[in-house]
Ligand binder design. Structure first.
Ligand SMILES: [Zn+2]
Length: 235
């Protein structure tokens, strides 16, 4: 295998590793954001529970206030007996008290229902609080691990860039320029191994005559379709 091809293969290998590491580092925020979904969901659930519990408490206070008002009203009615003169008036008075007492029973039942609902909601709220805490912990572990990995990649990137500079300095500038152009147009892949007369970069068949040349690994031959530089791996 001739020198330029060998250098380009080495360069491509380094560039592929650099690209993968950059991609990893770039994707860290998005991956954390993705992982954040369960936490968001449980926070929303918790908020719903909190709102429900506030609404129920407010409703309970309102019903309790109504209860007090009616009890006060009954107390006043009971103290008004001296004003009653006829039996008819007395009967009407009793009916009024009775109806208010019935209303008290109704409100007391309503309060009971509200309290049961509130009890259930508070329990759910506590479960949701635990879930939120667990999700925060999980996310923190995930984030730390990812940060650790990203830092490792960052360190390796520095070493790879140094190694790259060394290789680039030994490559002919024109060849390097071609390589860089192909790297950009080829989505990070400028070189393509050819096997069984097929370019592995675009899967196109390489004409037999051309493949014979490619196999020699002597000259820089580009794929007729994807234009990547072809080479054959030596066994
Ligand atoms: Zn190709």
């Amino acid at each position: 295998m001739k020198e330029p091809i060998q250098q380009l293969i080495k360069l491509q290998e380094i560039d592929s590793r650099i690209l993968a590491k950059r991609l990893f580092i770039e994707k860290v925020p998005a991956r954390i954001c993705e992982q954040d979904e369960p936490l968001k969901l449980s926070r929303q659930n918790l908020e719903k529970m909190q709102q429900k519990s506030e609404t129920l408490q407010k409703k309970k206070r309102e019903r309790e206030k109504s209860l007090e008002d009616i009890q006060e009203k009954i107390k006043k009615m009971k103290g008004r007996t001296t004003d009653i003169k006829t039996n008819k008036e007395y009967q009407a008075h009793l009916r009024e008290i009775e109806s208010s007492e019935k209303e008290i029973g109704k409100i007391e039942e309503e309060i009971l229902v509200i309290m049961e609902d509130l009890d259930r909601t508070v329990k759910q709220q506590k479960v949701e609080e635990v879930t939120v805490r667990q999700e925060i912990e999980k996310l923190e572990v995930f984030r730390k691990e990812l940060d650790r990995e990203a830092a490792l990649h960052e360190k390796e990137l520095t070493a790879l860039k140094k190694e790259r500079t060394g290789i680039v300095s030994s490559i002919d500038p024109d060849i390097y320029a071609t390589y860089m152009r192909l790297l950009r147009s080829g989505g990070g892949v400028a070189l393509s191994p050819a096997k069984n007369e097929v370019c592995s970069g675009c899967d196109m068949n390489i004409p037999p005559q051309l493949f014979v040349e490619v196999r020699k690994n002597e000259e820089l031959i580009q794929c007729p379709q994807c234009h990547r530089i072809l080479f054959c791996r030596e066994d």
